[in-house]
Design a protein. Structure first.
Ligand SMILES: NC(=O)c1ccc[n+]([C@@H]2O[C@H](COP(=O)([O-])OP(=O)(O)OC[C@H]3O[C@@H](n4cnc5c(N)ncnc54)[C@H](OP(=O)(O)O)[C@@H]3O)[C@@H](O)[C@H]2O)c1
Length: 213
């Protein structure tokens, strides 16, 4: 798959390297793409660096959103084309102390953070994943055969569900489906499964206790 990484920091940089290792074509993007040389080198032949706009114009199959939450509005306006059937995997989290008032508004709203992203990228298919994992676990615990970590995810429809599940499993985590985007409140900061490092069985048990699956 061709995967555009929007925001190549802790989350985007490490996940992009894992996907490149798994054989995917990875387009790292940044507001300063020239500064991504060492990341691209580490990721190998399957990766390159582009501006954020170029990444959206490169017609990737999937985009990972790994930027501060406050950047979503501006980033969603960068590309005027249709996202038809492209999947946006949203790994962002609203933190008022970092993202300001708009993050507090989303936390207080009667929709959750993934639904906010889906509203902003309305012609794409949105999924939520990798927002609940700790950055060092994402970096260090990929590609395990034993002692694998669960990555809970939600998706807007069957296509985004299948693709997101595949991309989680391609890098050696166990995908645990939570539901459609309206179920993702539990994945938001300070909520039930946020920051939980568990096996898939433990994650399912937790979801069961919450009454989700
Ligand atoms: N760190 C964690 O443990 C963790 C875990 C799960 C999810 N998350 C969430 O994932 C997202 C990324 O977190 P991170 O830890 O990877 O952050 P990070 O290391 O700071 O990386 C974010 C990247 O986004 C780009 N960026 C920053 N401000 C931007 C703006 N205003 N517009 C466009 N791009 C901007 C930056 O790249 P350039 O400056 O090169 O453009 C930066 O490299 C956040 O929403 C975070 O809450 C974090």
């Amino acid at each position: 798959m061709k995967i555009g990484i929007i925001g190549s920091g802790n989350i985007g940089g490490n996940l992009g390297k894992h996907w490149a290792k798994a054989g995917h074509e990875v387009l790292f993007s940044s507001r300063h793409p020239k500064e991504l040389g060492s990341l691209v080198k580490e990721a190998g032949d399957n990766a390159k660096a582009l501006s954020v706009k170029e990444a959206f114009e490169a017609n990737a199959d999937v985009y990972l959103l790994a930027i501060p939450f406050k950047a979503i509005d501006k980033i969603s306006e960068l590309y005027a084309g249709e996202y038809f059937k492209k999947v946006i995997i949203d790994a962002t989290n609203p933190y008022p102390e970092r993202d300001g008032e708009m993050a507090q508004e989303v936390r207080d709203a009667n929709y959750n953070a993934s639904e906010y992203t889906a509203m902003k990228f309305s012609t794409a298919l949105t999924a939520k994943a990798f927002n609940t994992i700790k950055a060092h676990h994402l970096r260090d615990r990929a590609f395990r055969n034993t002692d694998r970590l669960a990555v809970p995810f939600a998706a807007q429809d069957q296509r985004s569900q299948d693709i997101t599940k595949q991309l989680i499993e391609d890098v050696g985590f166990d995908a645990v489906y939570v539901g459609t985007l309206d179920a993702t409140k539990i994945m938001d900061p300070e909520q039930e499964i946020y920051g939980k490092s568990t096996s898939a069985a433990e994650m399912r048990e937790l979801l069961n206790e919450i009454g989700i699956v």
